[in-house]
Design a protein around this ligand. Sequence first.
Ligand code: URA
Length: 212
Amino acid sequence: MHLHVVDHPLAAMALTVLRDERTPRDRFRPALHDLATMLVYEATRALPVMPVTVTTPLATTAGTRLAAEPVVAPVLRAGLGMLPAALALLPTAHTAFIGLARDETTHQPTAYLESVPDDLAGHPVFLLDPMLATGGSALHCLRLLLDRGARGITVVAVVAAPEGLVALESGLPADAAAELTVVAAAVDERLNDTAYIVPGLGDAGDRIFGLM
Ligand code: URA
């Protein structure tokens, strides 16, 4: 597994806004959008490209376009908060939706939506989930994406827990684990006894969408 922790002052500032318990939803969402933009920018650094020619008002010169259409897969709910930033940077991307509910007793994910293309072979895939906590949700999604032919998947997270990173490394077939990339703004200390990341930022879905 390749772990890339984005080390940038603007990312650190946005993460601080997200962590702050006083940040209201109307400031949380734009900060998440800004941070997701930076994370996706880093996550797409090695995207395969192909050369094209482009004609400027003055001359013809070399240009670039993506070699394959990417797929972005937000994990519902919280991954939706990162989707607009990902699609702004990757306007030709396909979107695959994976809906997971977390059982608050077992902390295991249950899928209620899997809207994923049948054949992902040859497409760079980016799994969007702000919180990589136990790794249970990410593992469920990664297995689904691997079953559909995805290779070299990138998980884009805001905060990762060490336990989640270990779970991904040990829970995937060795070749898939070796090809996996995780891009995050921070690796935090630990999970607490209810599987929340500490210090983390709380429940990302609730902070994005509210909880009445
Ligand atoms: N999901 C969240 O939203 N926050 C955590 O800390 C862990 C899982």
